[in-house]
Design a binder for this molecule. Structure first.
Ligand SMILES: Cc1cc2nc3c(=O)[nH]c(=O)nc-3n(C[C@H](O)[C@H](O)[C@H](O)COP(=O)(O)O)c2cc1C
Length: 449
């Protein structure tokens, strides 16, 4: 048993190493990009492309270079002056991000037009090679490249994360593959199925789930639950080397195959269901949360709201007083009252008003401070991070007069409002703003005594 597990683990590791580390492209890789290495994190390669009809050394009117990024490689933030840069993506998976905007996920066939004067970066995703052709269109003198700071590991991790989340549940493909396997090939087939599932979910941002199962009453009856973020993600998946290995390797093992497309009964619950098993690290949740300032207008799911409120319920409070009171604002009438008090709802269809009972706070020794504001802040912080963990974007809002808002919403006299939390889904094309990427170095805010 132990030996089988070891072989299996080795196979999985080999499969992921091969597909992540091999550049599978008919476009030239060229030479190490030594001249610009100082402006890149990770290794990149450069291949000038000479039009086929021109002789070597002939000048083309529009020069192109093919840039190859190894997995994890990206260039520094930079600005093109006097030119637009055009990127034509030719293979692999990459990311393009403009300063203050959300990252855009790139595949072969995508084109990016980078305006003059805009701070940006581009590169490969963390798990894939990436190639794009680059060309400059002159728009004014002087033409130059201004190289700026590297894209930090935190910015890069957040961009990889955001690149996966641009799809909504509506775009997803959900399917159950019903497969019957010849008994003599069963063990071998199971290894193939396991490998393709693990490798796909690990390496392809758009593959949400590939989960093979066997019937108990007939173990040759295999069912695979497959969920893809979009049609595009599915098309990408079936071209990957690991899927092709699975398909070719299992052809003679399969007696019958039926692909059954399913419609989702509760798409809004999907991120919640998967958050239970996927377990992103706390750091990932804390760094991917951002102040969302444009919501799509779509309402959050009941399960998501439940998970957020439950995280507030579990928060610690001084002396365990639990003096918080959360108001869920979803009706048009109550949302209009929020709008009367602050311009910061940003289209969110749910706002949580976090208040606390002023008559039930703990006054600390010295008599000058009590627990109300901080207990309610802890509750709100729990909820805002829980929102991120179930795929809900948020904004912490304090730009309002708390007494007036309390009176407009008809809160009891003994309650004070701490904050309003906007909840929803970021509108397409929006993402973290500049402030999100600007945190002081740890030495400035931490002292060891
Ligand atoms: C106590 C507090 C009050 C805030 N009030 C507002 C607000 O009224 N309107 C708003 O748009 N953002 C507000 N924010 C969001 C902050 O501006 C934002 O969190 C900060 O700039 C860091 O950006 P990030 O959240 O995207 O990382 C508030 C945040 C906190 C913690």
């Amino acid at each position: 048993m132990k030996r089988i597990i070891t072989i299996l683990l080795t196979l999985i590791t080999m499969a992921s190493t091969i597909s992540a580390q091999t550049l599978d492209s008919s476009w030239p890789k060229g030479n190490p990009n030594d001249a610009y290495a100082q402006y890149f994190t990770g290794n990149s390669y450069l291949a000038p492309i000479q039009p086929k009809n021109l002789a070597a050394g002939d000048k083309t009117i529009q020069g192109y270079s093919n840039v190859t990024f190894e997995p994890g490689c990206r260039n520094n933030w930079h600005i093109h002056h006097g030119a637009h840069q055009i990127l034509i993506c030719v293979s692999g998976e990459g990311i393009y991000q403009e300063w203050g905007k959300s990252a855009i996920h790139l595949h072969a066939g995508d084109i990016i037009d980078i305006p003059e004067g805009v701070k940006h970066w581009h590169g490969a995703t963390k798990d894939s090679w990436f190639q794009h052709l680059a060309s400059h269109v002159h728009v004014g003198d002087p033409e130059s490249n201004e190289w700026l700071e590297p894209v930090s590991d935190e910015q890069y991790a957040s961009a990889n994360h955001a690149a996966v989340r641009i799809h909504t549940e509506k775009d997803m493909i959900v399917r159950i593959s019903e497969i019957e396997v010849y008994p003599e090939y069963l063990q071998e087939y199971l290894e193939f199925a396991h490998n393709v599932g693990v490798t796909s979910v690990k390496e392809e941002p758009g593959v949400i789930c590939i989960y093979p199962m066997q019937q108990l009453r007939d173990d040759c009856q295999i069912r695979i639950l497959e969920i893809y973020a979009s049609q595009e993600a599915y098309q990408h998946h079936i071209k990957t080397p690991h899927f092709q290995t699975y398909k070719q390797g299992t052809l003679q093992m399969v007696k019958s195959l039926d692909l059954v497309d399913m419609s989702q009964m509760a798409p809004e619950a999907l991120s919640l269901i998967f958050s239970k098993s996927s377990n992103p690290s706390f750091r990932e949740i804390a760094s991917s949360r951002f102040a969302c300032r444009k919501f799509s207008g779509e309402q959050i799911g009941r399960e998501q709201l439940g998970a957020i409120l439950e995280a507030g319920r579990l928060a610690p409070t001084a002396k365990n007083l639990q003096e918080q009171h959360i108001y869920v604002v979803q009706s048009a009438e109550a949302l209009a009252k929020i709008d009367l008090n602050t311009p910061c709802r940003y289209g969110a269809q749910t706002c949580l008003v976090v208040a606390f009972d002023k008559n039930n706070v703990y006054t600390y020794p010295g008599g000058k401070r009590d627990s109300g504001v901080e207990d309610a802040s802890i509750v709100a912080t729990h909820m805002i991070l829980a929102a991120e963990s179930v795929g809900v974007n948020s904004c912490w809002v304090n730009f309002f007069d708390p007494e007036k808002l309390a009176s407009d919403l008809g809160l009891p006299e003994n309650e004070e409002i701490l904050m309003v939390m906007d909840l929803g889904f970021a509108a397409e094309g929006t993402g973290p703003q500049k402030a999100h990427f600007s945190r002081k170095p740890i030495e400035e805010t931490v002292s060891y005594l």
